[in-house]
Design a protein. Structure first.
Length: 248
C-alpha cells in the first residue's frame, strides 16, 4: 500500500470520509500501524485540529439539545402555558410567554429577578408565568408553600408582593419571618399559614416537580421562552435578543 501525503491522508481519510469508506480491516497489521502513526503525527503537529473537532462536536450537541428541548416544550405545552394554578403576570395578551422555574433560595434566581422584571417592563408584550420549584432544602419549601398559599388565599396582587419580597429577602426563612412579611403587607397571615400544608398547595408543588422531571429540569432558574428552553441565568440583553429572534 502506497501512503498518501501526511496531511491529505489524516484529514481527508480519517476525518472527512464516512466510516465505511475507510476499511481498516483491509490493511495489514503493519499498514494499520503505519496509518495510525501518520494520524498521531499529524495531530501532534497540528493540535488545533483537535480543538476544531471538539468545537464541531459541541455545536452538534447543542443543536441536538435545542431540538430535544423544543420537543419537550411541545409535549408539555398545556402544563407550561395553561396551568390555572400558577401566577401569571406581565402582559396577559403578550405575544411571547416566559415561564420561569425558580427557587427563593437560589442565588442565580435572585440575580435573574431584576433582569426578568426589566425585560417585562421594557418590552411590554411578554406574558410571565412563575413555577414554584423548591429544590434547595427546607427553607425553599417553606417559602414556596407560603407564596402558593398566598396566591390561593389572597390572590394575584398579594402573591406578587410576597414573591418580590422573598426574592430579595435576606436572612433565614422561618415561620416567624414569613408572618412578619405577611403582616407588613396587611395580609390575613393566620389564614395563609393555616393553608400552607393543605393538599391544594402540596398538589401545585408536586405538579411542578413532575413537570420539571418530564422536561429534564434539574436546576434553577430554568426558563421557557415560547418554544425555547434557557437553562440557567440569562442576562437581560440575551433575553431581549432571544425575544427579538422569536418575533423575527
Amino acid at each position: 500500500m502506497k501512503f498518501a501525503p501526511l496531511a491529505a491522508l489524516a484529514t481527508a481519510a480519517a476525518f472527512a470520509l464516512p466510516a465505511q469508506a475507510l476499511d481498516l480491516s483491509d490493511m495489514s497489521t503493519a499498514e494499520r500501524e503505519a496509518f495510525q502513526a501518520e494520524i498521531r503525527a499529524y495531530l501532534l503537529e497540528n493540535p488545533e485540529v483537535i480543538m476544531e473537532a471538539v468545537a464541531v462536536l459541541e455545536q452538534r450537541q447543542a443543536q441536538q439539545q435545542a431540538q430535544a428541548d423544543v420537543t419537550l416544550v411541545e409535549n408539555n405545552a398545556d402544563a407550561l402555558f395553561n396551568d390555572a394554578n400558577s401566577w401569571v403576570g406581565g402582559n396577559p395578551e403578550g405575544d411571547i410567554t416566559l415561564v420561569e422555574f425558580m427557587d427563593y433560595r437560589c442565588g442565580y434566581c435572585r440575580r435573574a429577578f431584576p433582569e426578568v422584571e426589566n425585560l417585562v417592563e421594557l418590552d411590554g408584550n411578554i406574558r410571565v408565568i412563575v413555577k414554584e420549584y423548591p429544590i434547595l432544602g427546607e427553607q425553599s419549601m417553606l417559602a414556596a408553600r407560603f407564596a402558593i398559599a398566598t396566591l390561593q388565599q389572597a390572590g394575584d396582587e398579594a402573591y406578587k408582593q410576597v414573591h418580590d419580597a422573598l426574592m430579595t429577602f435576606s436572612g433565614d426563612i422561618t415561620e416567624t419571618s414569613l408572618r412578619r412579611l405577611g403582616d407588613g403587607f396587611g395580609l390575613d397571615v393566620e389564614t395563609i399559614m393555616g393553608h400552607m400544608d393543605s393538599d391544594a398547595v402540596t398538589d401545585v408543588i408536586a405538579a411542578n416537580h413532575a413537570l420539571a422531571q418530564r422536561m429534564n429540569i434539574t436546576g434553577t432558574p430554568t426558563f421557557v421562552m415560547q418554544d425555547q428552553m434557557l437553562r440557567g441565568y440569562v442576562p437581560l440583553d440575551a433575553m431581549q435578543q432571544i425575544a427579538a429572534d422569536i418575533r423575527g
